[in-house]
Design a protein around this ligand. Structure first.
Ligand code: NAD
Ligand code: TYD
Length: 363
């Protein structure tokens, strides 16, 4: 009988939120979690502090590319499902240095597939059929939409346009191939932009909150009219639970927040929330710190998700309204200075210098 899930990348933003949700007191019957994470710049053990002493959580510091390690974990813990969050996840970093994206997102996913196939070959038919390989992918594999285009559905053709999205699309193809060729009971999810607690401040929402509070400029790429569909990370966790419990192997499911917003409107809303919750000493609005900077090369104009399939098949819908979710997120960052201070490493400051203070983006 297999009864443990292997979460990869569970010290990152979404993975940690998923693990905390899985092991929450409201879910006393949850099976144990083995959490494999390489602790790159984006991995943070402080995020897992609430489950540090929970016997159902076992953290393993390691790389998804380490086949012997992954195989041993699957065998020793008799793993019944893999949820693969481990990835290089930031588009801007993929533009400046795509190598790690190929290595982790493509080769690493291939390695997990192969280890899973080997493990499945040792199981009886019932356990094999019950096994799940969940590949957490992104809506960015579908490319970019024009303002009046219909949203991405599960049948929208792939058209990735950044090294990040190309690496995720490649991994998705490998997962689909493993289902069709070997019968690996895999499911792929394509979610939209997540926001919420524990997000590394290289991404839009936490970066703006951090910069605002430090009196630094709020760098809006291009005209700021790009549109993203914002999904609260707790809604993403609940969607993944539904996919694990009721999703059909071989299928893909889109997961969105039903909250399409222009970047500029997100930044302005963040400013007004901060004006209310943590006003500037001089009484001016944080919006005064907004600065238009050089656009991201190949910047996708709009993402939007058609999630009728997951709603109809699995009965899942997002529960968090964007304005409330953003308010709660600002509140969380305001109350968690220690978590933020812990990631203000030399490496992070060097990244800010490279991406925002280079001649290119200094406009
Ligand atoms: P993140 O960058 O915050 O975390 C990634 C985690 O993976 C980190 O803890 C890191 O240490 C770990 N990791 C990286 N390389 C590894 C390796 N080789 N072996 C083991 N662990 C490794 O990312 P996130 O925002 O939590 O995203 C999680 C997943 O969701 C990713 O697959 C990403 O592509 C996908 N996704 C994210 C978003 C979003 O808005 N954040 C949107 C769509 C899809
Ligand atoms: P990001 O959080 O990097 O997610 P993604 O690129 O995966 O959508 O960016 C969200 C949007 O915000 C995207 O259109 C780029 C834009 N953006 C800025 O305008 N300024 C910034 O400093 C960052 C990080 C992003």
């Amino acid at each position: 009988m297999v009864n443990t899930i292997l979460v990869t990348g569970g010290a990152g933003f979404i993975g940690a939120n998923f693990v905390l949700d899985w092991l929450a007191p409201s879910n006393p019957d949850a099976c144990p979690v083995v959490n494999l994470d390489a602790l790159t710049y984006a991995g943070n053990l402080a995020s897992l502090e609430p489950v540090a002493r929970d016997p159902r959580h076992r953290f393993v510091h390691g790389d998804i590319n380490d086949r012997a390690l992954v195989s041993r974990l699957l065998r020793e813990h008799r793993v019944g499902a893999i949820v693969n969050f481990a990835a290089e996840s930031h588009v801007d970093r993929s533009i400046l240095g795509p190598d790690a994206f190929v290595q982790t997102n493509i080769v690493g996913t291939f390695n997990l597939i192969e280890a899973a196939r080997e493990w499945l070959s040792t199981l009886g038919a019932t356990d094999r059929a019950a096994f799940r390989f969940i590949q957490v992918s992104t809506d960015e594999v579908f490319g970019a939409l024009e303002p009046d285009d219909p949203p991405f559905s599960e049948t929208t053709p792939f058209s990735p346009r950044s090294p990040y999205s190309a690496s995720k699309a490649s991994a998705d193809h490998l997962v689909q191939a493993a289902w069709h060729t070997y019968g690996l009971p895999a499911i792929i999810t394509h979610c939209s932009n997540n926001y919420g607690p524990l997000q590394f401040p290289e991404k839009l929402v936490p970066l703006m909150i951090r910069n605002a509070r430090r009196g630094e400029r709020l760098p809006v790429y291009g005209d700021g009219r790009q549109v993203r569909d914002w999904l609260h990370v707790s809604d993403h966790a609940s969607a993944l639970r539904a996919v694990l419990a009721r999703g059909r192997p071989g299928q893909t499911y889109n997961i969105g927040g039903s909250a399409e917003r222009e970047n500029l409107s997100v930044v302005n809303l963040l400013c007004s929330l901060l004006d209310e919750l943590s006003p500037r000493a001089d009484g001016a609005s944080y919006a005064a710190q907004i600065a238009y900077v050089t656009d991201r090369p190949g910047h996708d104009r709009r993402y939007a998700i058609d999630q009728r399939k997951i709603a109809a098949e699995l009965g899942w819908e997002p529960a968090v309204a964007f304005e409330q979710g953003l308010r709660d997120t600002v509140d969380w960052y305001l109350g968690n200075d220690a978590w933020i201070a812990g990631i203000e490493t030399g490496a992070y400051r060097q990244w800010l210098d490279t991406n925002y203070r280079s001649g290119e983006r200094a406009r």
